[in-house]
Design a protein around this ligand. Structure first.
Ligand SMILES: [Zn+2]
Length: 389
């Protein structure tokens, strides 16, 4: 495929939050009498992006893990702030891949907090559209602070999976790093049983994957996507490409950690040993994305904000990281738009088409060749101050 280039001299008419038409400015039909004209000269229209790996109830920053233990009411406030940040950064969709459990005061049941955020935002057209994985399902001794539902063997794993779906999760998130780095937490058969259960109920399964041994189990078990994929090899990516397993890249985490060497006093980031460890993991993670990209794996992408150290308005950083890993800028933008929509099963996400939602934003510069253009946002079409009718 040849590289796409910008279409210049384009006009767009928005009506009732949909794109009524999109055509050359030289060929505009008569405009409706009450139309409000916005001179967007010199700016570029970009489809609303999809942050395919996010944690809307958590704030991120260098103490991101501690923040998971904050009181639920505070985390719901955090989610509202994140909603603002996402929108202003041009992110229309967020795929939430894990939130803490909290007692829902309405029925006294303990369930993932992001489910409540999804309900709050459903009826508010200005808010990000979100899909929610519930909480993390992990082996005991892996995720600290009581964040995960713990399941150590097949039956418990299946029970955890159906509880999440009963609670309203849109998809499932398995944590495929085990208590021992060199061992996967579950057998391929156990994970496959979860995948079959979820698919029967119309839900997808994704898996956190920090190490190769867990990635292999997830791929062999037929999970729909791997998150991070920090340690992939050529066999793993070949199989992912064959069976159309998505990779959700989260490379900007390492840029964020490298910045903490300058901005924090935390030894894991500032010590020689810490820096070396981060540099090694960065190199391996970039190599994994390169392997996947060359093998033709479909790559969606996300910030991991909240569940990692990035903030909710940092998706452009991830796109820059993908470009550093060897994707062309337009390919990286595709990961943050159309691919994310495919992963979500939302065909309208990340696209600008006549008749489709007016989910676009305006930047200065050409993001097809320069990812830094995505930081220079001028207007976001779906937010109130720029709502055109
Ligand atoms: Zn995460």
């Amino acid at each position: 495929m040849s590289d796409p280039s910008l279409r210049k001299g384009v006009s767009v008419l928005v009506s009732d939050r949909r794109i009524a038409w999109l055509r050359p400015t030289s060929d505009e039909p008569a405009l409706p009498a009450n139309v409000r004209i916005i001179d967007a000269g010199g700016s570029t229209i970009v489809p609303g992006m999809v942050d395919a790996h996010s944690h809307v109830t958590l704030p991120g920053g260098s103490h991101w893990i501690d923040r998971g233990a904050d009181p639920p009411e505070e985390l719901l406030e955090v989610a509202e702030h994140n909603g603002d940040l996402l929108g202003r950064a041009g992110v229309r969709w967020a795929r939430d891949v894990g939130s803490p459990l909290a007692i829902d005061p309405r029925d006294g049941r303990r369930r993932a907090l992001a489910l409540r955020v999804r309900e709050r935002w459903q009826s508010d057209l200005d808010r990000p559209r979100i899909r929610v994985a519930g909480t993390w399902i992990g082996h005991s001794g892996v995720l600290t602070g009581g964040l995960a539902i713990e399941a150590d063997a097949g039956p418990a794993l299946l029970k955890a999976a159906s509880t999440q779906l009963d609670n309203g999760a849109d998809f499932l998130k398995l944590y495929l790093d085990g208590p021992k780095k060199e061992e996967a937490p579950w057998s391929t058969e156990d994970v496959r049983a979860v995948v079959e259960l979820a698919h029967r109920r119309g839900a997808k399964v994704t898996a956190h994957s920090g190490f190769l041994v867990g990635a292999r189990v997830g791929i062999d078990a037929g999970v729909d996507s791997l998150e991070h994929g920090f340690e992939l090899d050529s066999d793993a990516v070949a199989k992912m490409a064959r069976q159309e397993t998505f990779l959700v890249s989260t490379l900007a985490i390492f840029r964020s950690w490298a910045s903490f060497a300058q901005t924090t006093t935390l030894p894991r980031f500032t010590s020689g040993e810490g820096k070396e460890r981060i540099a090694r993991r960065t190199e391996r993670a970039i190599e994994s994305v390169q392997l996947a990209h060359r093998a033709g794996v479909r790559i969606a992408t996300g910030t991991d904000f909240g569940g990692g150290s990035l903030r909710a308005n940092h998706l452009a950083w991830e796109i820059e990281s993908l470009v550093e890993a060897g994707l062309k800028p337009w390919e990286a933008l595709t990961s943050a738009t159309v691919r994310g929509g495919e992963l979500l099963g939302e065909p309208e996400a990340g696209r600008i088409v006549e008749g489709g939602p007016a989910d676009f934003f305006l930047v200065h510069g050409d993001p097809l060749s320069d990812p830094t253009a995505l930081w220079r946002i001028w207007r976001v079409a779906w937010l109130p101050e720029s709502h055109v009718t």
